[in-house]
Design a protein. Structure first.
Length: 161
C-alpha cells in the first residue's frame, strides 16, 4: 500500500468517527453559587477526539468561548475554559470560573464540522446568590424567614459528565 493511500484511509477513519458522533449536553439544570466555579457538561457520543475541531459555546445565542486546536477566544473576561486533557475523549465541557448572576442562562455547545445530525448540546445554568445550594434545589433555608436551618453547604453543584 502506498503512503498516499494509507494517509487517505486514516483520514476517512477519523472523518467517519466524527460523522457518527453526536453532541450531548445535559438535561439537568446546573446550579452554581455567585463567586464559585461551574462546569457545564457536554461531550460527544460516541467519544471522538475534538482537539483539532472547532468547538463553540454560546449563552443565550452569544459566543462565550470559541476554541480550535491552540486557538482560543474567550468572551467572558478570560473566565472560560475547556478541559484540554479530556478533549481527545470527546469531553467539551465548559468551565466557568467566578460565576456571576449575569452568567445565568441557556448555554449551547456546538461542533459545526460534525457530519452527524446532532451538532448542538444544551445546558441551563442557574446562579444562586447564597452558598446553600445542594444538588438541584436550595436546602437549609426556612422559606418563612430566610434563616439558614442546616449546616451543610455546597459551594458548587454540577452534574457529572
Amino acid at each position: 500500500m502506498n503512503l498516499f493511500l494509507a494517509m487517505f484511509l486514516c483520514y476517512l477513519a477519523v472523518r467517519g468517527g466524527a460523522g457518527e458522533s453526536n453532541v450531548i449536553g445535559s438535561n439537568e439544570t446546573v446550579r452554581a453559587v455567585v463567586g464559585q466555579d461551574a462546569i457545564l457538561p457536554c461531550h460527544l457520543e460516541p467519544p471522538f477526539d475534538v482537539t483539532t475541531v472547532l468547538v463553540i459555546w454560546k449563552r443565550n445565542g452569544t459566543d462565550v468561548h470559541v476554541q480550535r486546536h491552540e486557538y482560543v477566544k474567550q468572551h467572558e473576561n478570560n473566565r472560560t475554559s475547556l478541559f484540554k486533557d479530556e478533549m481527545h475523549r470527546g469531553n467539551i465541557s465548559l468551565k466557568l470560573v467566578n460565576v456571576t448572576k449575569q452568567d445565568e442562562g441557556s448555554y449551547t455547545c456546538h461542533v459545526p464540522t460534525l457530519q452527524s445530525k446532532v451538532k448542538f448540546g444544551n445546558v441551563t445554568l442557574v446562579v444562586e446568590l447564597e452558598e446553600n445550594v445542594r444538588g438541584n434545589r436550595t436546602e437549609g433555608v426556612d422559606p418563612e424567614n430566610g434563616n439558614d436551618q442546616g449546616p451543610e453547604r455546597t459551594k458548587m453543584a454540577s452534574p457529572r459528565v
